[in-house]
Write a protein that binds this ligand. Structure first.
Ligand code: ACO
Length: 324
């Protein structure tokens, strides 16, 4: 007979039913769980997994857009893009700090990313072929991320929830600049319109997938929902994303690359089948730019070794001075 795992039950050997009941009552009352509070080991493990993957996504997410800083078509677009890429680095920092409050170390998290053990969002393994991809990432990818992260801003873990509030306000600016850019190109010259449509053709399905597998195929959702980390399911968030973005993309004069897309009697936009084989192949690194992304992160990590050494030497000296 196989016994259910902590990931399925949420209860780790050594924890009591009373501890769990007290913890779940706090969540039911809408209290935030803070770093020093008692929490189930599985709650801690799930949060470290999710928050560190989220941090990695922000940092790896700088790469596809960063490639375009030198090629932005005007000074205005360049300064906007530089600010956006800088914001993503800041989001990574807030999130690594939030994971550190749970006992994870920066070194272990970075090692997990660089060794390929930790995941980061599938979306950042797709290439940016044209300048319109930068706008489409802002409109669709940040649009999808905001739907997911507005939900996470209400999550039960205080440090993650507060980081999300701050991140969402910046992501809203990213979303607006992407939409403004694509709407302008969709109403521009024939070449600009074609470039915007081509970007939509390539980013629509990856953006749909980035919100995670269908609920029936989402093994983590059970405990995440039970403990108030996920307040909406993957499919619910995806539905919110489609309902907001489909009318706006159509209004911009673009064609959504889904022949089965239609509105149901309740007004919800219904999508056609998602190619999950592609999603899993991208996550496993068999398709897309996983090797290039991790190679770029490894190079940045190696190039930054002297900065870390200098900071450590400075901190050691400050401590020695204070001890004197
Ligand atoms: N890319 C890579 N892996 C994914 C993705 C994705 N888009 N979606 C799901 N997965 C992975 C999960 O991490 C999980 O693997 P693991 O157990 O080895 O960690 C597996 O697929 C099964 O998925 P779920 O059980 O549905 O996973 P979960 O309940 O954690 O839901 C989700 C996935 C929605 C991404 C959740 O982790 C989340 O909300 N994370 C925080 C937000 C985030 O990381 N956003 C990334 C984009 S940030 C940006 O765009 C700047």
């Amino acid at each position: 007979m196989t016994h259910p795992t902590p990931a399925q039950t949420g209860i780790t050997p050594g924890e009591t039913a009373e501890q769990h009941a007290h913890f779940e009552a706090r969540i039911a009352r809408g209290e935030k769980i803070e770093a020093g509070d008692w929490m189930p080991a599985e709650y801690r493990r799930q949060l470290i997994r999710m928050i560190s993957q989220h941090a990695h996504s922000e940092v790896v997410g700088m790469l596809p857009e960063g490639e375009w800083i030198t090629r932005a078509p005007s000074l205005k677009r360049k300064t906007i893009l530089m600010a956006k890429v800088q914001d993503e680095a800041g989001h990574g920092q807030y999130l690594y700090h939030a994971a550190e409050t749970l006992g994870a170390t920066r070194e272990d998290m970075l090692q997990a990313l660089l060794s390929g053990k930790a995941k980061y969002s599938s979306i950042f393994n797709y290439p940016t072929h044209t300048w319109a991809d930068v706008g489409m990432i802002g409109w669709l990818v940040d649009g999808a991320a905001i739907k997911n992260q507005t939900m996470l801003a209400g999550c039960s873990y205080g440090p993650y929830s507060r980081a999300m509030v701050r991140i969402c306000s910046e992501e809203t600016f990213h979303h607006k600049q992407g939409k403004e850019m694509i709407v302008a190109y969709a109403q521009g010259t024939p070449e600009q319109r074609a470039m915007a449509q081509d970007a939509l053709n390539r980013w629509w399905w990856p953006a749909m997938m980035m919100l995670g597998p269908h609920d029936a195929d989402s093994p983590n959702s059970g405990v995440l929902s039970k403990w108030g980390i996920k307040l909406k399911s993957n499919d619910e968030v995806r539905q919110e994303f489609i309902n907001e973005h489909v009318p706006e993309l159509l209004e911009a004069g673009l064609t959504i690359p889904d022949p089965d897309l239609h509105q149901d009697a309740q007004g919800n936009w219904r999508h056609g089948p998602i190619h999950w084989d592609e999603f899993w192949a991208v996550i496993r690194g068999e398709q897309g730019l996983n090797k290039e992304r991790l190679g770029a992160r490894q190079a940045a990590h190696d190039d930054g070794a002297w900065v870390r050494d200098a900071l450590q030497a400075y901190a050691d000296r400050q401590r020695a001075v204070a001890a004197d």
